[in-house]
Design a protein around this ligand. Structure first.
Ligand code: C2E
Ligand code: MG
Ligand code: MG
Length: 778
């Protein structure tokens, strides 16, 4: 220890020793920062940084030793070879230590690296001493040599262990100081145990103090330059690689330009354009872009034109103002948008335009046609018999048929014509530039293609199509008018027997339009509570006692007042609303009848359309259940004409109803085929001879014969016979001898409102106009 202190205080020049320590501290600080950089940087740069760190570390150890030797107060000379060798060995072993620290994981790596670093210091020191061996005689104390080795090794291992864990600024500084301690302690302790005797022969060549200072300054400058270069590289690398890394980490193509010329591009841009980054640098960004509009453009990519979104900004790059462009591939987004637009504007089943986009395209066509002073035609099409395909074959086949219809449409009308699916089985075609005659011809071509397609198709065998045509400007100035008129023509085509093409005709279609308006208003009549029932008595033919009432429907129209069924029943039948109306009539009639004397029946008229409806049975049972009316008191009147089509499902539905106890009445007998077979086929219990026969009784002998026959037939078949339309006593008297069972007519009471007081069961018929005593409900 005493030798060590005297070695420092007496044998060394303090100032130079201090310089050596400073160089040691600066160099080691730089070296540990480089080591940490090597640990943090991308793999590709790691080895480079380890080599640089090792070199700086080795150089620093050597420079420290060399300047410290210069501060040693003995006359020495230096052998170039050994001096050079000492640098090489110091750098080589330091590099080895640096690589070990990074590549051998955990504490073992740190310890191994520390031992190697200690070895670098010791070996360098030993070779360094041998460089002056020609000018001095040296004798080393083995104990101090071992102590110096151990000290240097322990400090070096300590510093490396510090670098194993998470690296912070403080930890780096501390690690650098430990290496300083390793270098200095090794040097000073081993110098303290060294006896150096100058050899006279070399004294003449020994370095003067000024020489030493000069050499020390030179070494300082060289080592400072080395360290400064490393630190500068450290700084630039950190910042530049960060920018590049960021640019490459993004999924977008990034290009930096100055005056339009590419100064840097990321790997994504290089991949898209198929050129290496280095090659891109001399080119202009505009060479790769076409159709540039503000924030969008098309990139000439390796795989062809690529739609891109362009985001532009300005940054400072390498000290100069630089434009930065982010190019985002938007082909997927555009494709998604295209698909969304397609889905929003097309019918998913047929691929035709949907109603909304057909209308908007039609409006645009009309506007263009108006501006160009030309003409256009609108076809509206409705399938005939599509519902039964759906009902009989199922919806999957129905869908197939609709797709085939779309095929025929697409194959029949060329651009600029366009077709749309407007509703379930309704289609429209707009024919820009077509006049009435051309539109008729085009529709005929379509019709024949349609027939040849569905003539062969067994699923669509029963399928037909009706077409209505309206032309611009003759039949309407805007789309709405054209559509209304084409629809009116279509409606006429359907009512004329379907499978036809009709062009709009102002006169003919006026009636149709009135009818359609009525239909539409009728649809809302039940909800609007505009319908009501009147009741007409049906009396015993002998005693004139009321046996029951027939419910007769009336519509209190907001404009036209109370309308009789003759005005609207047919329209309700055709539009189908009769099913809903009939349901209401059943409910209402049963509800009211339930409050009457329980010997009275109520007769409800049932239309042909209701008979075909699968819901009739349910509607009747619902009405009975809700009203709690006994089923024996309900009679259903079915006109002869509605049984013209022979249907087994109708027969079984009527059977089911009679099995409930409900009675069936054949109404208006004599207006159809006066068929005996219908009276036998269906479970009727009553037959009503139509009033037209009574009206002509006495004038038309056929009427009398018919009434006689019908009465005889009824009797033979065990049916109750009702004669309706008795208006006068004379008519009644004429019937007396014929012995009908029941009578109905204005003579016994007009259709009227029944007010009921259930408690007393006293019922009054309002509006009675019969000369006979008004029927009273008991
Ligand atoms: P309908 O079933 O034959 O009903 C008898 C019709 O003859 C009633 O006409 C009634 O007012 C009328 N009438 C009764 N006695 C006389 C008479 O002495 N002289 C004359 N000239 N007429 C008489 P309304 O109420 O106008 O009904 C006409 C037809 O409308 C009914 O003929 C029936 O087929 C149908 N109808 C009435 N209500 C309904 C209903 O709720 N549903 C259905 N589907 N059809 C109904
Ligand atoms: Mg009737
Ligand atoms: Mg009748």
């Amino acid at each position: 220890m005493i030798r060590l202190v005297s070695c420092i205080t007496e044998q060394h020049n303090w100032a130079l020793l201090l310089v050596a320590v400073c160089v040691c501290a600066a160099g080691n600080l730089a070296a540990v920062f480089m080591l940490s950089r090597a640990r943090q940087c991308v793999k590709a740069h790691r080895n480079l940084w380890l080599a640089v760190a090792g070199t700086v570390l080795g150089g620093t150890i050597w420079a420290t030793h060399f300047i410290a030797m210069l501060s040693y107060n003995i006359p020495v000379t230096y052998q170039i070879t050994e001096t050079g060798l000492s640098i090489v060995v110091a750098v080589a072993i330091s590099c080895l230590a640096a690589f070990t620290a990074l590549y051998v994981p955990g504490r073992q790596g740190a310890v191994a690296a520390g031992i190697l670093l200690g070895l670098a210091i010791a070996t360098m020191h030993a070779i360094g001493l041998s460089a002056i061996s020609a000018s001095v005689f040296m004798e080393a104390d083995q104990t101090t040599v071992i102590a110096a080795w151990l000290l240097g090794g322990v400090f070096a291992v300590g510093s490396m262990l510090l670098l194993v864990r998470e690296i912070t600024g403080g930890r780096l500084v501390f690690a650098a100081l430990l290496i300083v301690a390793a270098v200095c302690s090794h040097h000073l302790v081993s110098m303290g145990g060294l006896s150096v005797t100058p050899l006279n022969a070399g004294a003449a060549e020994a370095l003067t103090f000024l020489d030493r200072v000069g050499i020390a300054v030179g070494v300082c400058i060289v080592s400072s330059l080395l360290i400064a270069t490393g630190v500068a590289a450290l700084f630039f690398d950190r910042h530049l690689t960060d920018v590049k890394g960021l640019a490459n980490a993004t999924f977008e193509a990034v290009v930096l330009t100055r005056a339009g010329q590419i100064v840097h591009a990321n790997e994504r841009f290089a991949a898209l354009t198929g050129r290496p980054v280095a090659e891109l640098k001399s080119l202009f960004l505009d060479d790769f872009l076409t159709d540039r509009q503000r924030s969008q453009g098309v990139l000439k990519s390796l795989d062809g034109p690529l739609p891109i979104e362009i985001v532009e900004g300005v940054i400072e790059y390498r000290g100069r103002e630089t434009s930065v462009f982010g190019l985002r591939d938007i082909s997927e987004r555009l494709e998604t948008n295209r698909q969304l637009t397609y889905l929003a504007s097309h019918d998913p089943l047929t691929g035709l335009l949907n109603r909304r986009s057909f209308n908007s395209q039609s409006e645009a066509t009309i506007a263009e046609t108006r501006a160009g002073g030309t003409s256009a035609a609108l076809l509206t099409l409705d399938l005939d018999g599509f519902k039964s395909i759906n009902d009989v074959h199922g919806h999957a086949d129905g869908d197939l048929v609709l797709q085939q219809v779309a095929e025929v449409l697409n194959g029949s009308f060329d651009e600029p014509a366009f077709s749309g699916r407007i509703g379930g089985d309704e289609f429209s075609v707009m024919l820009p530039g077509y006049q009435a005659l051309e539109a008729q011809q085009a529709a005929s071509v379509f019709m024949s293609k349609f027939k040849s397609m569905f003539g062969k198709n067994e699923k669509g065998g029963a399928l037909g199509v009706s077409v209505g045509i309206a032309t611009f400007p003759e039949h309407g100035d805007d789309l709405k008018q054209l559509q209304n008129n084409a629809d009116a023509a279509l409606y006429r085509a359907k009512s004329l027997g379907k499978g036809r093409i009709c062009a709009f005709d102002r006169f003919l279609d006026q009636q149709v339009r009135t009818r359609r308006r009525l239909e539409e208003e009728l649809r809302g009549a039940v909800k609007a509570k505009e319908l009501f029932l009147l009741y007409q008595p049906i009396v015993d033919a002998i005693s004139a006692e009321t046996k029951g009432y027939e419910a007769l429907l009336r519509w209190r129209h907001p404009t036209y007042g109370v309308l009789p069924p003759a005005v609207f029943i047919e329209a309700a039948e055709e539009s189908g609303s009769i099913v809903e109306i009939g349901k209401w009539v059943l409910e209402e009639a049963c509800r009211q009848a339930a409050s009457w004397n329980n010997r009275l029946f109520v007769a409800v008229n049932v239309s042909a359309r209701q008979l075909l409806s699968p819901d009739l049975f349910e509607h009747v049972t619902d009405a009975l259940n809700t009203s709690r009316l006994s089923s024996e008191r309900l009679e259903l009147e079915i006109t002869e004409t509605s049984l013209l089509v022979d249907r087994t499902d109708v027969a079984s539905s009527l059977e089911a109803l009679t099995s409930l106890g409900v009675k069936l009445v054949m109404d208006d007998y004599g207006t159809g085929y006066s068929s005996v077979s219908n009276l036998r086929r269906y479970p009727f219990s009553k037959v009503k001879i139509d009033r037209t026969f009574v009206a002509t009784l006495g004038e038309d002998p056929v009427a009398e014969v018919f009434i006689d026959c019908a009465l005889a037939l009824g009797k033979r078949l065990g049916l109750t016979v009702v004669v309706e339309g008795i208006e006068s006593e004379q008519q009644r008297a004429r019937l007396n001898g014929k012995a009908p069972d029941l009578l109905q007519g204005f003579l016994f009471g007009r259709p009227g409102v029944i007010t009921t007081r259930i408690a007393t069961l006293e019922n009054v018929i309002l509006l009675p106009k019969a000369p006979k005593p008004a029927s009273t409900l008991r």
